[in-house]
Design a protein around this ligand. Sequence first.
Ligand SMILES: *Cc1c(COP(=O)(O)O)cnc(C)c1O
Length: 401
Amino acid sequence: MQKFQVDKNGFYGEFGGAYVPEILYKSVHDLQDAYLPIVESEEFKAEYRALLKDYVGRPSPLYYARRMSERYGCRLYLKREDLNHTGAHKINNTIGQILLARKMGKTRIIAETGAGQHGVATATVCALMGMKCEVFMGATDVERQHTNVERMRMLGAEVHPVRTGNMTLSDACSEAIRDWCCHPRDTFYIVGSTMGPHPYPDLVARMQSVISEEIKWQLEEKIGRDYPDYLVACIGGGSNAAGTIYHYASDERVKIVLAEAGGHGYETDHTAATLHRGSVGILHGAKMLVMQDDDGQIEEAFTISAGLDYPGVGPMHCHMARQGRSQVLSINDDEAIYGGYELTRLEGIIPAIESAHAVAALSKLTFKPDDVVVLTVSGRGDKDIKTYLDNKQMAKEYGDF
Ligand SMILES: *Cc1c(COP(=O)(O)O)cnc(C)c1O
């Protein structure tokens, strides 16, 4: 286990750390000192577990997908994070962080959001706890993801459109960090993925690790052994993937396959395939693989999937990929669209377009008939119906539906 865990300085191999402006030193150090004693305390665990059970609806089912299994010649199980309250895995993390914020005596919550999923999950737990919530969101995304903006506003959050840079997720992160610099005392920044300065990548991975904790006992119950041959997940910043693999990171019997967003192809300029294309750089407080030009200017990420639209990727995943522990596949927009339709037509489950990238990865793997494959469906596709319908043509070459 130790090999892929964060070290005491906040690094995973050469990646990670906490590169923050001086004004945030104290806030970040306070958080580094506070998080482990709190999240490992019995009191925190009891509250966190109770909310996951009764509010989020956990455990999420591990579902044997019979028709998809026949199609791919393996035994495929779906980890159904799409059935969580608010429709994705993100709520596992926001519940944990808001409990931590309360224990640290913070009164104001800020968050960044891209597609709006993390913003909604944060606004939701703020309503639940009666805390003030402000969400930074790129102005472009505010336009594109209007329903989620309305959900956040209904939940009582204030949404700040960010008009710098490309006006998307990366700019929203920068703006949230800027706000945190101005209000270091009372404000807790709820980060949405396994990114940001240490301890966020470790904190978020721990909060999502409930996914693999459940996979273990659910597999034991269903097949009489507590590990699969393959784990498959999509990867943006890396939080649903981190949760899926957490308890198997050093278990060499388990192959790890991650699907990142290829966009038009990782070899083109329209891609978000950071693990294929990135080089070492510092973004939003951590050293990681970043898509950047020769001068270190961050390049815009491109993908049909707003939730994977980030030019960096969490340090834990950079390390695991570089060590060869995970196999990373780049899945293009058209392949993801097809994957989404395939799961819908074979199992009656409409996945989020992000999760559809993981589904599409199955066609690039070769299985033996008794291989057990667990694939995390990170979210539900309600938010993506228009994207699927508008882009159906794109997937025609892969089959009829
Ligand atoms: C946000 C999101 C992702 C990508 O984020 P990770 O931190 O990489 O998990 C994937 N799937 C869904 C449904 C999302 O909302």
